[in-house]
Design a protein around this ligand. Structure first.
Ligand SMILES: *Cc1c(COP(=O)(O)O)cnc(C)c1O
Length: 391
């Protein structure tokens, strides 16, 4: 299938300045997202912030519908939250745990999630257990099945880990969680906007994601999906006058929809920009862009493997746009610095972001070169040539 790369690049102003392989950090915004965000800031400055929000109400509401279309749910199941971590937290800290309750997580779980699990374990006596990987390095569905018993209260895993190319088998986990009647919280931060996501096919109860990564939205935006029949059973850890109404001196009532997980004040320009970013992703078609991302990443892996002293460190059966590697002669931080001088952006994945995974693999830091659909084959080639020169 042909892909209009030229248009994708023309609509991405940053393509003129940088070779951007840091899409897993923050992708380059396309022009329509930039325009919508700036336009709203200008409106705020011109007529007032509250007045601007009232005037732009339809655009603000659009983000819920766009997000619902993107992940195949109902708009009432969407909360717009300032980042993926806080979205995840709002779901996680709504759940109740007691001594001996088991929480199952994956080897490559993200530090912010794992720190929250540790805090909960310390406070309640719940236990964290890690689902082992299979021989390909992804979460072992078989092992998960064998770990289940009536004390398991939550399965909290990451769909696409922040380091290491891997796509965890989220839907297979969902089938097991549903069968066992266990809550299933999916961190889809690197997945959303990168691969097609259908929450019903996955079978998760909660899904968190960020705006700035593969969705190409503005920074400081994120979202949470909560399955509809759970919303009314869950009391978020923080409430305010947006999440609830103070209906009598001694009483409040929570909103019936997922917006009970939000808070009142928000970045309206960012929220509008996120809606435009999701619509933009939908217009390209996630099947289309995912195929291109996966192909480009495979090409990058293949070319990196050819370079002497370079080791691609990716795991898993299904691989995504996140490509990680190390080099024998130069540290990841030094490689990143050197690439910056050539206007090439990558990031470094440190041990402390995915400690269990990095420790198990004896790794300290990794170079993370994450590609998006608007990156070109020519950039992949240029990247590898520059890297070879640096090394
Ligand atoms: C980046 C990342 C997060 C955190 O997202 P924020 O929007 O920065 O809170 C969570 N999980 C994974 C897997 C990530 O890569």
């Amino acid at each position: 299938m042909s892909f209009d790369l030229q248009r994708a690049r023309q609509e991405t102003p940053g393509c003129n300045n940088v070779l951007h392989f840091n899409n897993a950090g923050a992708a380059l915004m396309p022009q329509p997202v930039l325009d919508a965000t700036i336009e709203h800031l200008q409106l705020e400055a011109t007529i007032g912030g509250y007045e601007a929000a009232a005037q732009a109400q339809a655009k603000v509401e659009r983000v819920y519908e766009a997000a619902a279309t993107l992940i195949q749910c109902h708009p009432a199941e969407i909360a717009i939250i300032e980042n993926a971590t806080r979205a995840w937290d709002m779901a996680f800290y709504s759940l109740k745990f007691g001594p001996g309750d088991r929480i199952l997580t994956a080897v490559a779980e993200y530090a912010s999630n794992y720190i929250a699990l540790l805090q909960m374990a310390h406070q309640t006596g719940a236990m964290i257990e890690t689902i082992p990987n299979d021989e390909q390095g992804q979460l072992s569905v078989e092992a998960l099945r064998n770990m289940l018993d009536e004390r398991v209260k939550l399965i909290a895993i990451t769909h696409v880990p922040t380091n290491g190319g891997l796509v965890n088998p989220a839907a297979a986990v969902g089938a097991i969680a549903r069968e066992a009647g266990v809550f299933y919280l999916l961190d889809a931060c690197q997945a959303l906007g990168q691969l097609p996501i259908d929450v019903n096919a996955i079978g998760c109860d909660f899904l968190s994601a960020t705006g700035r990564k593969y969705l190409r939205g503005p920074r400081g935006t994120g979202l949470l999906y909560v399955r509809r029949d759970l919303i009314e059973q869950l009391e978020p850890p923080f409430l305010d006058l947006h999440a609830a109404e103070w209906v009598a001196s001694e009483r409040y009532e929570l909103r019936p929809d997922a917006r009970r997980f939000e808070n009142w004040e928000t970045n309206y320009a960012g929220k509008i920009g996120l809606g435009v970013a999701i619509d933009y992703a939908l217009a390209w078609g996630l099947d289309n862009t995912w195929q291109r991302i996966a192909t480009l990443a495979e090409s990058l892996r293949a070319q990196l493997t050819e370079l002497p002293g370079v080791t691609v460190q990716d795991l898993g059966q299904e691989r995504c746009g996140i490509v990680t590697f190390t080099a024998a002669s130069l540290s990841p931080e030094a490689i990143k610095q050197a690439l910056t001088a050539y206007n090439i952006n990558v990031s470094v994945s440190p041990l402390v972001y995915t400690r269990l995974d990095m420790q198990a693999r004896g790794l300290n830091n990794l170079v993370r070169a994450s590609v998006h659909y608007y990156n070109s084959e020519a950039e992949v080639q240029q990247f590898c040539e520059t890297l070879a020169e640096i090394l």
